[in-house]
Every structure is written in C-alpha cells, then in structure tokens.
Design a protein around this ligand. Structure first.
Ligand SMILES: [Zn+2]
Length: 66
C-alpha cells in the first residue's frame, strides 16, 4: 500500500484513501495542481469540440441558402 503525505496535516495517508483519517480532508494526496490540470484537460476536450460545432453549423447554414 503506497503512502503519501496528507496535503492538509502532513501525516502519512494511503494514496487510495478517500479521505484523510487524521484531519478528514477528502482526496488528501491529490494536489490542487493535479485537480487543476485535470480541469484544464477537460477544457481542452471542450475547446476541441467547439470548432467542429461552429464549422458544422456554418456548413448546415450554407446548405440552407442553397
Ligand atoms: Zn490530513
């Protein structure tokens, strides 16, 4: 079982722990940075889809005109 330090209280907690047994912090070994990175990744996925939607709607509109 891998141990990591709790970000809140600094005590050792299992990486798989849902919450710190010492201070009760949820996801005690997941840093805010990692969470932020995951969020950014999600945003990247959204921004990858947006141009496709815009492009698709432009094509649909031009089809309507014709
Ligand atoms: Zn803690």
């Amino acid at each position: 079982m891998a141990l990591a330090k709790c970000l809140e209280c600094g005590k050792e907690v299992s990486r798989s722990a849902k919450a710190c047994p010492h201070c009760g912090k949820p996801d005690p070994t997941v840093s805010e940075l990692a969470k932020q990175k995951k969020k950014e990744k999600d945003m990247d996925a959204i921004w990858g889809i947006v141009p496709i939607i815009i492009f698709g709607s432009i094509i649909l509109k031009s089809c309507d005109i014709i």
